[in-house]
Design a protein around this ligand. Structure first.
Ligand SMILES: [Zn+2]
Length: 355
């Protein structure tokens, strides 16, 4: 039993930082603006934004004194840390909050800066492409490939469903893939616990699994882009971030399927979105775990997410290489840690139709 700390840290203090406000619904600009006006109390706001999608929520910072930072591509770790130092030197005492309005890269940059500068951050995502909305981790790039950086859990999250509904459907399907990935991530965590390698956190594990079952209960509504479906997806993504915040790591939300996705990004950068690759990984890892992989595949297909490597321009060899590289990426016990031979990796990808 436990919230999710590992067994070798029983005597350590486990602190959980959570958002104080999570708002999900239509037409949230006014609510976000009122919250930020109160939070900043006349001081300045660092507005982290993308190139376009922020415009739909710009009213959230109406009347506030802003310093703008434009993020137009996935941020590199060293750039983010250098930027934090520069901001700290120039503006530290003048900035009361960081507000991130945009897609995944924008939200991630805001959370990393929030951690480095120790300033409250507010996430206003304009897409639902992955579960970084409310999590304490940020996905950044580095010369060695993608890195997961500790970051600030947002003080508040505002998910405007009308804005999310106007984002490309591909991003919504990607968010669905990142969410069903929790099913195999939790099974990997339980497996590590069975082997005595880690303690399983019942509470955060159950929360993460709930995210997966929540979206699987609303496949039709998510597929058709209905506001109800987007609400379910937004709730599931926020919930997954909360599970990570409670566990104090990405363990509840990221298992073998994520390792596969990261491996593809190292081998073939730029092919496929994070959640799309997690979706492919979840199909294959479901088969390894002995659960209903065909249901996972069919749900992804119904939502419009890829179920075959060719849909993302990936060759069979790239998929097989990624399956072999995945367990070597980080020290996290998953079903892939048991070791797949090249022939077994190919057989798995072929059986599940990924290649
Ligand atoms: Zn993810």
């Amino acid at each position: 039993m436990g919230l999710g700390i590992s067994s070798n840290s029983k005597n350590k203090i486990h602190s959980v930082e959570l958002p104080e406000n999570i708002s999900i619904g239509p037409a949230l600009t006014g609510l976000a603006n009122a919250y930020l006006t109160k939070l900043t109390a006349g001081k300045r706001v660092l507005l982290v934004r993308g190139l376009r999608s922020y415009e739909s929520m710009i009213g959230a910072v109406f009347g506030l004194k802003t310093i703008e930072l434009v993020v137009s591509r996935p941020p590199a770790l060293d750039e983010a840390l250098e930027l934090a130092e520069n901001i700290s030197r120039t503006y530290r005492r003048a900035i009361k909050a960081i507000v991130s309005i945009g897609g995944g890269s924008v939200i991630d940059m805001g959370k990393v800066l929030g951690k480095q500068l120790e300033i409250p951050t507010v996430s206003i995502p304009t897409t639902l492409s992955h579960d970084g909305i409310a999590s304490p981790r940020a996905s950044l790039t580095s010369r060695a490939g993608p890195v997961s950086q500790e970051s600030k859990v947002p003080r508040a999250v505002f998910v405007d469903l009308q804005v999310a509904a106007s984002s490309p459907h591909r991003l919504i399907a990607s968010g669905f893939g990142d969410t069903i990935a929790k099913r195999t991530a939790v099974l990997d965590w339980k497996l590590a616990a069975e082997r005595g390698i880690e303690e399983y956190g019942d509470y955060s594990g159950a929360l993460a699994e709930l995210s997966a079952s929540h979206v699987l209960s609303a496949v039709k509504e998510i597929a058709s882009g209905q506001i109800f479906g987007l609400r379910v997806l937004a709730e599931a993504l926020v919930n997954s971030g909360i599970a990570m915040a409670i566990a104090g790591s990405s363990r509840p939300a990221s298992g073998s399927e994520h390792l596969f996705a990261h491996a593809v990004q190292i081998i073939s950068p730029g092919k496929g979105l994070h959640g799309e690759l997690c979706g492919l990984g979840t199909i294959m890892m479901s088969e390894l775990h002995g659960i209903d992989w065909e249901m996972i595949r069919d749900s992804l297909a119904e939502v419009g997410a890829p179920t075959k490597a060719t849909q993302l321009g990936l060759s069979p060899d790239e998929v097989i290489e990624a399956l072999l590289l995945a367990p070597k990426i980080r020290d996290r016990y998953t079903i892939l840690s048991q070791g797949l031979s090249r022939a077994e990796a190919e057989a798995l990808a072929r059986k599940t139709g990924v290649i």
